[in-house]
Design a protein around this ligand. Structure first.
Ligand code: NAP
Length: 228
């Protein structure tokens, strides 16, 4: 499968503000990497912003604590909006279905065996479907791209943006709309990864925890080999 062109980081397609829902290990690691790359970050958990601020001072200094209802608001003011879903899958029934409406929603979540999943998500797992397609259906007003889920939170502090792309760790992105996938790939590039198109959302199964990409430091050619 051919790779997609990556938008230039200076392109108007590259957002300046990214909203992150979920401020745990993953959400704050994404925030740190985005902040280092020059993005502004709005981030929310279940706690009110005031209660989240101390946590962010430690784990994502510079990120702005907001209410979950507002986490996509500033991103949406841009021409093209990207938000990241970093809430455990077992909690997804508690997330408003319209939280990411009008945005490209990066699904950074994973299914873990110990979690009691919502029925609609468990059905995807039981039938060996990618969880991302069920998540895309659960948030129909957003355009879902699977990315970031296959990289452990601690690894986000080891990204090497100063390296040329072909020497960086590869990061996959799967999504049905080329422009949306390209926008997420531009974000991955700006964070310091070598972004690789994994094709449509239906192909994202290989990015999940029991798949060959998961939690492995791979290069572009490794990802492309596993796509064939
Ligand atoms: N940990 C990793 O290395 C890693 C890497 C990539 C992807 N992921 C995936 O990312 C997801 C989150 O993992 P994690 O390790 O970050 O979990 P975590 O440390 O337990 O953090 C979960 C976060 O989600 C928030 N949350 C829960 N329900 C919410 C809701 N209804 N609305 C808004 N926020 C809500 C929690 O907020 P409060 O604390 O305020 O309740 C908390 O900030 C999982 O699917 C995981 O597989 C994890």
């Amino acid at each position: 499968m051919s790779d997609l062109a990556v938008d230039s980081p200076d392109s108007p397609n590259c957002p300046g503000v990214v909203g992150i829902l979920g401020a745990g290990r993953a959400g704050t690691a994404f925030a740190r990497a985005l902040l280092r790359a020059g993005y502004e970050v709005d981030i929310a958990g279940t706690r009110p912003p005031k209660a989240l601020r101390h946590h962010l001072r430690i784990y994502a200094p510079g990120a702005q604590a907001v209410d979950a209802d507002d986490v996509a608001a500033r991103a949406r003011e841009q021409e093209r909006a990207v938000v990241i879903l970093a809430v455990p899958q077992e909690d997804l029934d508690e997330v408003e279905a319209d939280w990411a409406d009008g945005c490209v929603m990066v699904d950074a979540t994973n299914a873990w065996h110990h979690e009691i999943l919502p029925d609609w998500l468990q059905r995807a797992v039981d039938t060996d479907q990618p969880t991302s397609t069920a998540i895309a259906a659960r948030f129909p007003g957003a355009r879902t791209v699977k990315a970031l889920n296959h990289i452990a939170h601690a690894d986000f502090d080891d990204i090497r943006p100063e390296l040329p792309r072909d020497q960086r760790r590869a990061a996959g992105a799967a999504g049905d709309v080329d422009a949306d996938r390209g926008m997420v790939m531009a974000m991955l590039d700006r964070m310091g990864f070598d972004p690789v198109s994994m094709g449509p959302l239906g192909a994202s199964r290989i990015m999940e925890p029991d798949g060959p990409l998961f939690d492995r430091r791979l290069r572009r050619e490794d990802l492309l080999r596993r796509l064939r």
